[in-house]
Design a protein around this ligand. Structure first.
Ligand SMILES: Nc1ncnc2c1ncn2[C@@H]1O[C@H](COP(=O)(O)OP(=O)(O)OP(=O)(O)O)[C@@H](O)[C@H]1O
Ligand SMILES: [Mg+2]
Length: 234
């Protein structure tokens, strides 16, 4: 469960949003929409503890107060609790596919051998024809869609309770995209994971429980405001 209250974010002189409230529950699929540049990634970076809360506001994640934590403490918290799927994959170019995926596990103390076994299993669930030669490749040897699926595998491998995804299926074809959506939905329904997805795809409204939307701030005090959440009924 994430509770962000009165959150403000400024880049130099520009206020992106001010006194924003955002709540996401475990066992719910939360969707965030809004125009390009409205602040979606900015909000995800704050609630995933990547960015420091510097301009005011509070973030509580499953009872832990995030604001005021040092970068080191935030990184430690993130490593166990959060899986982040980046808009730009953020795979390490010098590392093989397997090495990229095992990082969250080996960082937490698991042996490379055990981590590799787990990584192969999860990658195969996402890329059915992945074999030993695929595992040994580096990210630049893969297509955008393949890189995205590897980055999804890396985000899920340590079984985090919170998954935060920035346009996770933008580079996938329709069937791969549907598979990822159904997979995210099954994590929500079966494991009561808190899933938060930023997306432009209308199709997510068929999967999500709660919809948040950034719109222009007419008062001009900030660039955007986050509208009150809407419950999606299916
Ligand atoms: N590091 C930064 N320094 C200065 N301004 C930034 C920085 N990162 C983002 N911004 C600005 O903050 C605003 C929100 O950016 P953000 O990346 O959150 O948008 P977004 O909603 O994720 O857009 P997109 O859909 O294109 O990914 C933009 O006006 C952007 O120019
Ligand atoms: Mg973005």
């Amino acid at each position: 469960m994430i509770k962000a209250n009165n959150l403000t974010k400024k880049y130099k002189n520009e206020t992106i949003f001010q006194n924003l409230n955002f709540h996401a529950q475990n066992g719910k699929f939360t969707i965030i929409q809004g125009k390009s540049g409205s602040g979606k990634t900015t909000l995800l970076n704050l609630i995933s503890t990547i960015d420091d809360v510097e301009n005011g506001g509070s973030i509580d994640i499953d009872g832990t107060k995030i604001e005021g934590l040092t970068e080191h403490k935030r990184a430690k918290f993130r490593a166990t609790n959060i899986g982040f799927i980046f808009q730009s994959y953020a795979l390490i170019p010098e590392f093989s596919i397997i090495e990229n995926c095992t990082i969250p596990l080996t960082m937490a103390g698991m042996s490379q051998k055990e981590a590799t076994k787990k990584a192969k299993k999860i990658i195969k669930e996402l890329i059915h024809d992945a074999d030993e030669s695929f595992f040994a490749k580096t990210p630049m040897q893969l297509s955008g869609g393949q890189q995205q699926r590897v980055s999804i595998a890396r985000a899920l491998i340590h079984e985090p309770k919170i998954i935060i995804a920035d346009e996770p299926t933008a580079n996938l074809d329709e069937s791969a995209s549907k598979e990822v959506k159904l997979w995210l939905l099954s994590l929500v329904r079966e494991k009561q994971i808190c899933v938060i997805v930023v997306t432009h795809e209308k199709d997510y409204l068929n999967y999500g429980d709660i919809l948040y939307e950034f719109v222009a701030d007419e008062s001009k005090k900030a660039k955007s405001i986050l509208k009150e959440p809407v419950c999606l009924s299916h």
